[in-house]
Write a protein that binds this ligand. Sequence first.
Ligand code: TRP
Length: 457
Amino acid sequence: MSKNNLQKRGAFVSRIGFIFAAAGSAIGLGNIWRFPYIAGENGGAAFILIYLVCIALIGLPVMLAAFSIGRNTKKSAITAYKKLSPDKPWFIGGVSGVVAAIFTMSFYSIVAGWTFSYIFKSIFANLTVMSPDQLGNLFVSHISGVWSPIFWHLAVIVISCLILFGGVKEGIEKWSKILMPALFILLVVLVARGLTLEGSWEGIKFLLYPDFTKITVETIVMAFGQAFFSLSLGMGTMITYASYVSKSENLPKTALMVTAMDTGIALLAGFAIFPAVFALGFEPTGGSSLVFSVLPAVFGQMPLGSFFSTLFFLLLGIAALTSAISIMEVIIAYFVDEHHWGRKKSVILTGIALFLAGLPSALSMNVLKDYTWFGKTFFDLMDYMASNILLPFGGLVIALFVGYQWGVDKSIDELSNGGTVKSSLFKTYGFIIKYVAPALILLVFLNAIGILNMLWK
Ligand code: TRP
């Protein structure tokens, strides 16, 4: 590739840059907002156990597969598939990723916007002295306002676009490096406070003692979708990011570290929230309002609560931004690689399109509240279709592609930097990618779209 071309696509400068960028993509609202909310609605410990199995058995191998495709081709998903297999339709796996990126941003940007607005609520609205009821009401009144969610949604898109103008290296690396350690420390403080509240034991039980009688097909589908969502898989994000990475980077180590950090942060968020849920009288099934109502109450039990609450929502907002830009990068890289548009034009058009795509989600809790499809509001429908259908589909295509078209050997050759990185786990990787991952994804996927359900009836 010519130097000029390299510069146009951008690249990560430092070795640690890729780890931080990939972790910055993975760690976001998925860990701190979505994981506790979905775990709470699906019975707690049993859900978490299935989630962990999905991470190890499918998430990590699919991430490795994505890394190998991205770095080998130096292209974003659609172009990468076309390059490795010019005359077969594997690129559909990339197309579904671009669609998933649009669906995901539609609701992700709205939730990121809630987070931003809670930075200011923490400063001006005395969140930390409110009762659980008052906190719940505040959340409802925020999301049922029309203009405020739209304003914050616009702010998220504009800020993301400004970061994305800088390209990959300036934009993405820098932010992630400062943010993640800080967020981690704050979560540990929250966990410590939550665990020392009177009555927190029920919450620990909720997280650790699985009640397997509560597991349904739906629980498994949700745990599965959460694993893909949290690790940023099935959309082309990780293919795109790996396309900016140098040939000397240790990809297996990066994948392991990203997976471990992402899972660790999600579990920490669970332990920050559920002990407090039970100790302070919230409901574990509080849904999408969970973090926004429970954590301010925990901060209320700490000295300097308003300060920490402000800091927390600020850090969560930045974590959301580093994820949002990775989602947007999928669409932007598609324009740059497939249509040879300039980066600036691609960023602006993506921003405008995503602002529009987010409007119905922003209005889902108010003006469009009564419009539902399959019993879901537009906001929930976008989330369900992206996380539980499109992402597993993207993961399935990656696994089948590596397993049966491109070849496990070529993938391992890329992952091992031409044989220099040695690991006995490569064999296991090959087996999982060929057999285990496709079989499991297919099974859950068929369930998600209701085909098996129909057959059972
Ligand atoms: N993983 C991110 C989170 O947990 C969200 C995200 C970023 C994502 N890029 C993605 C989800 C690609 C699916 C696919 O918040």
